[in-house]
Design a protein around this ligand. Structure first.
Ligand code: CU
Length: 458
């Protein structure tokens, strides 16, 4: 009898833990940019929820359906997950073909602001991305409300044409090349508009907030190729996390956010004033996106401009040098040191890691259990946001200065700069390591970190 009860009980437990998968569908979406309609992509649940919200400790349990007419794959950016769930087409899984679904399930070890995006073809350029927020009940006291702001860069030109033009432009000859290099090392593509949550500055999202309350801005740079300066205007902010990882609070009102990075900023809504614009201006450009926090419903929100008078300067790593992890890596000797030269042949728009261009690359091999240091040396005139899948690393050295820097999954390496990061190799698999400027990635700046003796599933 007791045995029967025990069997019944474990059956009940099994049913409970199986849970209901979140249905997430890859769809087309129509948006309005500069008065013109455009067709882009999105990831939505049946009730219209954009992306996924989940809880730390629970399972990420998603049934992903491809409802568009081309193959795709979706990567869960920043998550520490089993290699088979990483969602990169032809590395850890085959693409999901039109009409088919793919089930993802793994325990969520982290909490914070993450995102998801296509890792197939030029789809991410067509805005195939969405927020992925993981809550920890312990974080509830940090703010009274949250606002998710996903940044994007938009062009009416197709990414295929943009890429062809980049290759041709660089080929036009040394004179043009010189001119181009001096004027636009800060960005590759002249976008028609920058967006926050699919909207331009002229047609911004207006979010209701309350005077005296603390709002946690979860800002995600989901752009293809743009670094953004995030301006809080009159508000003062306290950064509490970058790339989903807590840092020691860092105050300011203007922050740098490289492609694919995230920043969580807590702002207190003042009692005087009704509207508080949050602006994101593209590095080296005079264009911006915006959203408005509104503590008044009666007044008319101010007009925001998509184009401003002054272009921004270049990113520096001054902010990065000041960030300190709240939960740093435990100190231990480095057992594997890997130098990675970020290079490129500008005349052909070919980008390289240690002189190699994907897919003709020699994987970086690490052993399970090793403390690994990766030293990125950028010898090009452009900056590169380098992203490692399946791991979180700590920034430990910038241009020869040691630091107890932020824990991240994406680090911007400025021109002529050397940045070292460390992590523990504790997640066996074959993991992409690449520049997140999508046209640099397409131009070859992609390799894999492979665990010794790991058998690649594909
Ligand atoms: Cu790059």
């Amino acid at each position: 009898m007791e045995k029967l009860f025990r069997i019944l009980f474990s059956c009940l437990l099994l049913v409970y833990s199986t849970g209901q998968a979140v249905e997430l569908s890859i769809q087309k979406k129509s948006i309005l940019v500069n008065g013109k309609e455009a067709s882009v992509y999105t990831l939505e649940q049946p009730d219209g929820t954009w992306g996924v919200r989940a809880k730390k400790g629970e399972d990420f349990n998603v049934l992903l359906k491809n409802s568009i007419n081309i193959p795709t794959s979706i990567h869960w950016h920043g998550l520490i997950l089993p290699n088979s769930q990483d969602g990169v087409a032809f590395i850890t899984q085959y693409p999901i073909y039109p009409g088919l679904s793919y089930a993802y399930r793994f325990p969520l070890k982290q909490s914070g602001t993450f995102w998801m995006h296509s890792h197939y073809g030029f789809q991410e350029q067509n805005l195939l991305s969405a927020p992925l927020i993981i809550y920890d009940p312990e974080d509830a006291s940090l703010s009274d409300q949250e606002v998710i702001l996903l940044l994007a860069d938009f062009s009416f030109q197709s990414p295929e044409v943009i890429y062809q033009n980049l290759r041709c432009k660089k080929n036009k000859g040394s004179m043009d090349h010189q001119q181009m290099m001096s004027s636009s090392d800060l960005f590759d593509v002249n976008y028609d508009a920058f967006l926050i949550n699919y909207r331009t500055a002229e047609n911004p999202e207006v979010v209701k907030v309350e005077s005296g309350k603390r709002v946690r801005l979860r800002v995600i740079n989901g752009s293809s190729a743009t670094n953004f300066f995030i301006s809080l205007g009159d508000l003062k902010g306290k950064v509490i996390a970058v790339d989903g990882n807590r840092i020691k609070p860092f105050e300011g009102s203007l922050f740098e956010l490289a492609t694919a990075q995230r920043i969580d900023i807590v702002v207190e809504i003042p009692r005087n004033g009704n509207f508080f614009p949050i602006l994101a201006q593209g590095e080296g450009t005079d264009k911006q996106a915006g959203a408005i926090l509104a503590s008044s419903e009666s007044a008319q929100p101010p007009k925001l401009q998509g184009k401003v008078d002054k272009k921004t300067g270049a990113f520096t790593n001054l902010m990065e040098k000041k960030l300190q992890a709240l939960y740093p890596l435990k100190r231990r000797p480095v057992e594997k040191r890997v130098e990675i030269i970020l290079g490129g042949n500008m005349s052909e728009y070919v980008w390289t890691l240690n002189g190699q261009s994907w897919p003709e690359v020699t994987p970086i091999v690490v052993e399970n259990g090793q403390r690994v240091e990766m030293i990125f040396k950028n010898v090009t005139s452009m900056s590169h946001p380098m992203h490692l899948h399946g791991h979180v690393f700590q920034v430990t050295e910038i241009d020869g200065v040691a630091l107890d820097g932020a824990m991240r999954d994406t680090i911007l390496v400025p021109p002529n700069s050397t940045i070292a990061v460390q992590f523990d190799a504790d997640n066996p698999g074959v993991w992409p390591l690449h520049c997140h400027i999508l046209y640099h990635l397409e131009g070859g700046m992609f390799t894999v970190l492979r665990y010794k003796d790991y058998i690649q599933p594909l």
